[in-house]
Design a protein around this ligand. Sequence first.
Ligand code: TYD
Length: 232
Amino acid sequence: MVLHTGKSKTVHQGADENTVILRFTDNITAGNGEKHETMQGKGELCAAISNLIFAHLKLNGVETHLVEILDETSVLAKKAEIVGVEVIVRNAAAGGFVKKYGVAHGLIFEPPVVEFCVKSDKLGDPMANENQIAALGIATPDELSEMTKKSLLINTYMCRLFKKAGIRLADFKLEFGRYENKLILCDEISPDSCRLWDMKTGEKFDKDIFRQGLGDVLDGYREVFRRLSDVK
Ligand code: TYD
């Protein structure tokens, strides 16, 4: 039974009440779905990359929704109540931040910047601060501070991993869910939801290739997978 059809994944009921099956599809979208295409092999690549990153986070003690990898495009996950915010962590300025604040692309943030967006395709995922999110009843101040802490820790682990692969993690988006009175990392982490730049040349390996029409986006994703697979 399909519980939800997302832009790049479908969510199905798992064998028992407390699990779901996430299927990575070959769809790629940008600009809130305005630009969309189907690319054979894309789901498999995103699943493989996300699974590698989730495994690395688990090794570092991060609790995630992942229960088991089922096949090339599917994972079994804990059925969490998804918190209606997207957490964005930025180590360098790009995309929406550059556009909004007029700073130089690549400007380094130390410490990293954490932002929240309300999850709503209809509203275009508007950015909101902690007070606004609490007032909207989407998450409590305690939950927001816990998500901030967890996201910064995840950022540290991911930066370390990508550095070993010669990749700079410029920014990324996370989603959390409530599960057994805890907040756990949910959704996916892939080049769909990260900005990944070659450390030496600055070449982009992420969805910006598609957003900006820079070439074969899956070549970028393949490079990310190849390099992450080689990390010892
Ligand atoms: P951001 O620069 O805020 O938005 P845009 O993609 O419009 O330039 O995005 C920061 C990072 O978060 C980037 O790697 C893309 C990712 N992201 C998502 O995956 N989904 C989203 O809905 C948003 C807003 C961002």
